[in-house]
Design a protein around this ligand. Structure first.
Ligand code: GCU
Length: 680
């Protein structure tokens, strides 16, 4: 099923995107896999000595004189110095990976300048990533799962890495993919699903030579490779009697297994672990804590410099819906906050951005600020599980920016807490940013071609969270359509801004309202099913009755979740007066007639925004249609066909959401829509 299509869209790195760097002479100074990659990227240029070449790529050990420069500032850790002078461009990376990333950054700068109609001035720029770890997690399975397909929550075909139960022989597309990731600054990838099924558990032992082939590809683009491993490996793979993290044989098994990994892949990144979560084995079975569990693997990885990425997504997925006292939103904080300070130094605790599960609107997870002595990484979901599954246009950068800029402890932003850039009195160690990838064997990589922008935006925001969503979209457009002439490029950018800038807000407006979340078809999580999860064990309820809707998570009368926030948020969310409208139903159970800060009632808001959002799709479709004369030139025919197919499905699905939600709320409340628009 996952055969490689013969012609693949180049995403944001078509040959034209690098053309500004290869039109003259070039030199690459130094050795190593990333510099070799830089050499290949510049192969179209004429070779010249580094002192005079138009484009030079080097690492920090090169001296200014050899590069034809009067002086050269030292490149920062993980970053690069770029010198533009007299028509020359010199990129000097801290190491080979940083130099390669700097080369791609120069292509990006050129593309953006072109779109803006200006030239890049001479000068020195010093650029380093805000997040020290920028990781992509792939939920890829080796085998095709009967329900999930090959990539769990994947909406873009099969796995790029695996085919027919093993690592692909032909890794040409993995090279292309790694190149895309390097260009947005990613430095780590986990290649297999966090739900580790039996076959994939063996990657850790039996398939190491094949994993090494993947690691070779990623290394050439400046990335280290991680594996998701099963906490149950000692029993499953080693046939031990237990997985108890304090058992001596278990500890020895992990040490030996890890030694073998590093004997095969010396720069291996480490392990990603989903334990005691949604059926995955974990330390709870042995009466041990998650610190015991994580430290077991940390001990095995430490001698090799490896890292354990331990996920905080731990909750009871077999809850009784009758039980109103258990609150899934509380679970990660309840389990993990008490363990602060008990994790080994090479453990990173990876926390989903919200307390539930990647809903279109959630408050920021309080866990991110609750563990100042722990390396906390924030996990985002690029794959659009709950945001339209790469059939709807939903540009996620505006939401990610909001999360990353949120001052969770009243002082530091989420980006700062993850980056470990906190004040001297709160020296939180760095965890970084991670995200679940959205790619597959699809010819456009991401199903919806415009979903490429989400992958692009994740890397860029991990690099610099002060970039605006609009700036990032400009970059992506300018690189993706680098082959278009100036006039066409300007029109494409305008059309895509019209389609994408507010696309997530629009998606939110026709789906579940005011932070309530879910209301999706169970299992597949696509399309509306208002009561789909209401009587299920998953802990995702809305409690709608004839009078009102919402989850009371207050300290005063509810589950107490608001109490997990530091001030001022605990007070802000606790009070109906100050709780923001968009999160109202996440924190409070209110009557349908409750008046929002916007002045509308809850029920009228549901009626209006669902209907308005669907009406806006006329403009979205119109914006794309306005490019019709460019199809076949600046916009490939197949690209246009795919976008139009997706827009039609988006409309069909959005209408279904609108009609089901408006009708449900009308039937539940008995309150008519003041605008008189159709209800069924
Ligand atoms: C979601 C998703 C699962 C996934 C889980 C996770 O619940 O639906 O498919 O396994 O997140 O993050 O582990």
């Amino acid at each position: 099923m996952s055969s490689t299509p013969s012609r693949v869209h180049p995403a944001w790195l078509p040959p034209e995107a690098l053309a500004p760097l290869t039109s003259g002479t070039a030199a690459v100074v130094g050795d190593g896999p990333c510099l070799d990659t830089a050499r290949r990227e510049l192969a179209g240029a004429r070779p010249a000595p580094a002192r005079e070449a138009d484009v030079v790529v080097a690492t920090g050990d090169a001296c200014a004189d050899d590069l034809g420069l009067a002086e050269l500032p030292a490149p920062p850790p993980r970053g690069a110095v770029t010198v533009r002078t007299g028509g020359r461009l010199v990129v000097v990376g801290h190491d080979g990976a940083a130099a390669l990333r700097g080369l791609y950054a120069a292509a990006r700068t050129a593309a953006r300048a072109r779109l803006a109609g200006r030239s890049t001035p001479d000068g020195v720029s010093i650029d380093a990533p805000e997040q020290p770890r920028r990781m992509l997690d792939h939920w890829d399975n080796m085998e095709v799962h009967p329900v999930m397909g090959q990539v769990e929550r994947g909406y873009a075909g099969g796995s790029l890495f695996f085919e027919a139960g093993r690592v692909r022989d032909d890794l040409a597309r993995v090279h292309e993919y790694a190149r895309l990731l390097a260009s947005i600054g990613i430095d780590a990838v986990a290649v297999n699903n966090v739900n580790v099924h039996e076959r994939e558990a063996h990657l850790l032992t039996d398939d190491l030579a094949d994993v090494a082939r993947l690691a070779d590809v990623f290394r050439a683009y400046g990335m280290v490779t991680y594996l998701s491993v099963s906490f149950g490996s000692p029993r499953l793979l080693g046939h031990l009697a237990t997985n108890d993290p304090l058992d001596e044989d278990v500890r020895a098994w992990w040490r030996q297994a890890t030694d073998r990994v590093y004997a095969t892949i010396p720069d291996f990144g480490g392990y990603v672990v989903k334990a005691d979560s949604e059926g995955q084995p974990g330390p709870f079975a042995y009466g041990r804590t998650h610190a015991d569990g994580a430290n077991l693997l940390a001990e095995a990885l430490r001698p090799h410099g490896g890292t354990v990425v331990w996920r905080a997504f731990v909750y009871d997925h077999r809850q009784d819906w009758r039980d109103r006292s258990t609150d899934r939103a509380r679970a990660a904080h309840d389990h993990f906050a008490p363990l602060d300070g008990r994790f080994a130094e090479n453990v990173v605790l990876q926390v989903k951005h919200g307390p539930m599960d990647f809903q279109v609107r959630e408050p920021v997870s309080p866990v991110i600020a609750a563990m100042p002595r722990t390396r906390v990484a924030v996990e985002l979901q690029v794959t659009q599980e709950y945001t339209g599954q790469q059939r709807h246009v939903a540009y996620l950068a505006p939401a990610w920016r909001e999360y990353l800029g949120f001052r969770l402890d009243g002082e530091h932003t989420v980006a700062q807490l993850a980056a470990g850039e906190t004040s001297p009195d709160r020296p939180q160690p760095a965890g970084g940013l991670a995200a679940v990838s959205n790619v597959g064997t699809d010819a456009f990589w991401t199903g919806h071609p415009l979903a490429q922008a989400n992958l692009y935006a994740f890397g860029r925001l991990a690099w610099d969270s002060s970039l605006t969503a609009e700036e990032i979209l400009d970059e992506w457009v300018a690189l993706t359509f680098a082959g278009a002439d100036d006039a066409a490029l300007t029109r494409i950018a305008a059309a895509l801004h019209a389609m994408m800038d507010d696309s997530l807000a629009r998606y939110e407006a026709y789906t579940a309202p005011l932070g309530i979340g879910f209301m999706v078809t169970p299992g597949v999580h696509y399309g509306p099913s208002v009561e789909g999860y209401e009587y299920s064990p998953w802990g995702t309820y809305h409690f709608a009755d004839r009078d009102g809707i919402g989850v009371d998570r207050t300290v005063a009368t509810g589950t107490g979740y608001t109490g997990q926030y530091p001030s001022p948020w605990r007070e802000t969310y606790e009070s109906l007066e100050t709780c923001p409208d968009e999160l109202l139903l996440f924190f409070h159970h209110v009557p349908y007639t409750h008046v929002l800060h916007s002045g509308s009632t809850v029920v009228q808001h549901v009626y209006d925004s669902r209907a308005d959002a669907v009406e806006q799709l006329d403009d979205v479709e119109g914006a794309w249609a306005s490019l019709a004369d460019l199809v076949g030139t600046a916009v490939p025919e197949a690209y246009d066909a795919r976008v139009r197919e997706r827009l039609a499905e988006q409309r069909r699905s959005a209408v279904e959401w609108r009609d089901q939600l408006r009708t449900y709320f009308h039937r539940a409340s008995g309150i008519p829509d003041a605008t008189g628009r159709a209800i069924y």
